[in-house]
Design a protein around this ligand. Structure first.
Ligand code: ADP
Ligand code: ZN
Ligand code: ZN
Length: 746
């Protein structure tokens, strides 16, 4: 809707612009010199002078009045878009998000655009080379095809895309296709044309559905959501790994596409799970837009515009893809909904899950949340009948549930973290030519370097944390601020040369595996070992081809991978998750164990999961092992209820940090004082308390927890606090941030 600017109606036109600056207000400008009223669609990007800088902002409104004296107002330099790239409904949702998260509107709006659009780049899709089968081209005989099998593969792939396939997608579908493509062009079999991605036509959708038939639970789930297409509804699909959730997603996406609508699929980390993307591409011969942080800015802009213009029918993306405008929204799917990566932990701290639900509501479309280990928040919403629960209780096909076993390692002699029973089990599995997966959530060689003589410990100079030993790189590294130094061989305190490494990291366990199982083929998966692009893919390929016997890794392993030949999972250090000050730690531990366990014993082979623990009677472990995630989560919800913790209350965390320790304390104390008169017995303001890691990256960190039994009361207090924050901050060089619905109290 363009604003009504018929001449004569309003004598002075003042544009209200939201700018990406940490200030809670919009800014007034005069229209550009020769402006055209048709261009004043709220949501269009505008270029404006701001101090000595030039900034790209978003037009949010027009008024005839300004609190600034007219003669001081500057002019908008340029209007970048003819029409808003974001729909009116989406703009409303972003306004809401700015209020709900108490974050400046300009920054919220900026995060809805890809970086290149934020910088003012034109919103046009670049054309690219496409291939299609030549019409009058020479026919190729079967005989020819047999002689040149690679060309045959390429030709068939191109033939499957009658409207043309772009070079990039062809390369994804057929590796090393450059030469056969050249040869096919020379032969006149295919032709190149330069075009913008054509709009997909759904009628031509030729789906390669798998041979199996859906089981009853899958059918029920699909029907449940399908009847909501075109209407709002939140569905929680609870199903263990391998129960066929993805199959449910794929069928629902198919239904959505057949309605001529688009589907948005949000995943925690697609760059780590190339298999997922491949599965979607294999199934749907339509343009699929991919949006995640490992792509270039140009690629992200392209994906965003493809979806915005309706040229891509499916969007596969991570957290920030939730803002991508859809021309014809039909369905939102959020897989692994419990995953904390859906909550942004810096800047605009939104939850992609909550945002997706709100968006679905405003757009009147269904949203499907999936997980083997749903968050307690979502389970609570099922209890409250806000979400519909759909369950896939059995593993699809032949696979059965893995068996969890607690292995008591008290009073046991461990070899580099391995009990003798675990070693035996690993040997047996390898002997049966099956794969073993070992989990240890700590990278590096060892977490502590200690002097055996005087007790000195290598600590980070910037943080309250120990330096982690990375032996291969010969470095000590801080995993919190990135600080690194060369490994020392002599104690800087007492000059003794007897420095020892304490504790286990994946690098160390990898070395131990090579000694314990010299003939086994071992691979390590963590952020260090997969840093180079393509490494993870090649490791996953080798695992898939049975070229690996033992897979060792960090929580990267828990994310969406399929390891069909793994029958034994060992969790080396279960206990590290049992003792934490964060009330969500048990939930995270249970989720991690179930997720890692879910990698084992698919496709008909029986799986076993061994949890090494010195706390074999710990209630969390027992309820998980004997009652599964269901029993664990129902107990955990009861505990949260009696402790009045989320989801039975609502929280916000005000964090403050500065180089001088007393500054954040003083600042937060002032906040507490200023909120005293609120005198609500519903809302608690707790603190200031030091953050669990008080000193980090050379800053002292303190925090204030604001908790309320009612969401509205929490927000009343936050409204009040936020308006006075910049005032209270004066004289103190503190950096503060407000985190509404924090998932991590650090
Ligand atoms: P999840 O997403 O829950 O981990 P998937 O959808 O990936 O589960 O299914 C796991 C495996 O089982 C996949 O290889 C899939 O093709 C297969 N599968 C899914 N549904 C069925 C079914 N009804 N019968 C047989 N196999 C199935
Ligand atoms: Zn010493
Ligand atoms: Zn540090």
């Amino acid at each position: 809707m363009a604003l009504d600017l018929a001449p004569g109606r309003i004598s002075i036109v003042i544009l209200n612009v939201a700018l990406p600056v940490p200030i809670f207000r919009t800014f007034d400008y005069l229209p550009p010199e020769n402006f055209n009223t048709g261009q004043l669609d709220p949501g269009v990007r505008v270029v404006v002078p701001f101090g000595r800088q030039t900034k790209v902002g978003v037009l949010v409104g027009v008024s005839s009045d300004s609190s600034v004296e007219l003669s001081l107002l500057k002019r908008v330099k340029d209007v970048l878009d003819q029409r808003s790239l974001i729909s009116e409904v989406d703009l409303q949702i972003l306004h809401w998000a700015s209020e709900y998260y108490h974050h400046p509107l300009g920054e919220v709006l900026a995060s809805a655009f890809p970086v290149l659009l934020r910088k003012g780049k034109a919103a046009v899709l670049a054309s690219e080379p496409f291939f299609r089968v030549s019409k009058g081209g020479k026919k190729i005989t079967d005989q020819d095809m047999k002689k040149t099998p690679k060309q045959a593969v390429v030709l068939n792939t191109i033939r499957a895309h009658p409207e043309g396939i772009n070079r990039k997608r062809l390369k994804e579908l057929v590796k090393n296709c450059e030469r056969p493509v050249r040869e096919l062009i020379q032969k006149g079999c295919i032709e190149v044309f330069d075009e913008i991605e054509p709009r997909p036509s759904v009628e031509k959708l030729a789906l390669s559905s798998p041979e199996f038939s859906l089981n009853k639970a899958q059918k029920t789930a699909i029907e449940g959501v399908a009847k909501s297409l075109g209407k709002f509804g939140v569905y929680l699909l609870e199903g263990v790994t391998g129960s066929g959730k993805t199959e449910v997603y794929l069928r629902l996406i198919e239904k959505t596409l057949r309605r001529g609508e688009q589907a948005m699929v949000l995943l925690p980390e697609i760059s780590l799970t190339p298999q997922t993307e491949a599965r979607f591409r294999e199934r749907f011969p339509v343009p699929i837009a991919i949006f995640h942080s490992a792509l270039t800015e140009t690629d992200r802009l392209h994906a965003w515009l493809q979806v915005q213009q309706g040229r891509a029918s499916i969007l596969l993306g991570t957290r920030s893809a939730v803002f991508a405008p859809m021309e014809k929204p039909g369905l939102i799917i959020l897989d692994e909904e419990h995953d904390t990566s859906f909550k942004q932990q810096e800047g605009f701290r939104f939850s992609a899950r909550d945002f997706a639900i709100l968006r679905a509501k405003k757009l009147s479309i269904p949203v499907l949340l999936g997980s083997a280990t749903p968050s307690l928040e979502s389970l609570r919403n099922v209890q409250l009948k806000r979400y519909h629960l759909l369950s896939l209780p059995e593993r699809a096909g032949q696979a059965s549930h893995p068996k969890l076993k607690i292995l008591d390692i008290r009073n046991q002699q461990l070899t580099e973290g391995f009990s003798s029973q675990l070693v035996q089990e690993i040997e047996k599995a390898i002997g049966r030519k099956e794969q073993v997966l070992l989990f240890l959530n700590r990278r590096g060689y060892a977490p502590t370097l200690i002097c055996h003589s005087c007790g000195w410990v290598a600590k980070c100079k910037n943080c309250d944390s120990n330096m982690v030993i990375h032996l291969k790189a010969q470095q000590l590294r801080c995993h919190h601020c990135g600080h690194s130094v060369k490994v020392v061989s002599q104690c800087p305190h007492c000059a003794t040369a007897d420095l020892r490494s304490l504790g286990l990291g994946t690098e160390r366990v990898e070395g131990a595996l090579n000694v314990l199982f010299p003939s086994a083929r071992t691979v390590r998966i963590d952020r260090d070992s997969t840093r180079r692009k393509g490494t993870l893919e090649s490791i996953l390929d080798r695992i898939g081809n049975d070229e690996i016997d033992i897979i060792l890794g960090t929580q990267m392993l828990a994310k969406g991978h399929h390891f069909p030949n793994v029958t034994l999972v060992g969790i080396l250090d279960t206990d590290s998750g049992l003792f934490s000050t964060d009330f969500r730690a048990p939930e995270r531990l249970a989720q991690l164990i179930v997720q890692v366990a879910g990698r084992a014993g698919r496709e008909g082979k029986k799986g076993t999961v061994i949890l090494q623990s010195r706390q074999p009677d710990h209630p969390i472990l027992r309820s998980l092992v004997f009652g599964g995630y269901k029993e664990f989560s129902s107990n955990a919800l009861k505990e949260r209820r009696s402790a009045r913790l989320p989801p039975f209350s609502y929280q916000a965390l005000l964090r403050a940090e500065a180089r001088i320790e007393k500054h954040p304390i003083q600042f937060l104390e002032r906040v507490v004082l200023s909120s005293k008169h609120l005198k609500s017995n519903e809302t608690l303001v707790l603190g200031p308390v030091p953050a669990p890691m008080t000193r980090r990256a050379d800053h002292y960190r303190y925090q204030l927890l604001i908790q309320s039994a009612k969401r509205e009361s929490l927000h009343e207090v936050l409204d009040l606090i936020v308006t006075s924050l910049s005032e209270l901050q004066k004289g103190n060089r503190v950096r503060w941030s407000l985190d509404v619905d924090p998932v991590d109290l650090y």
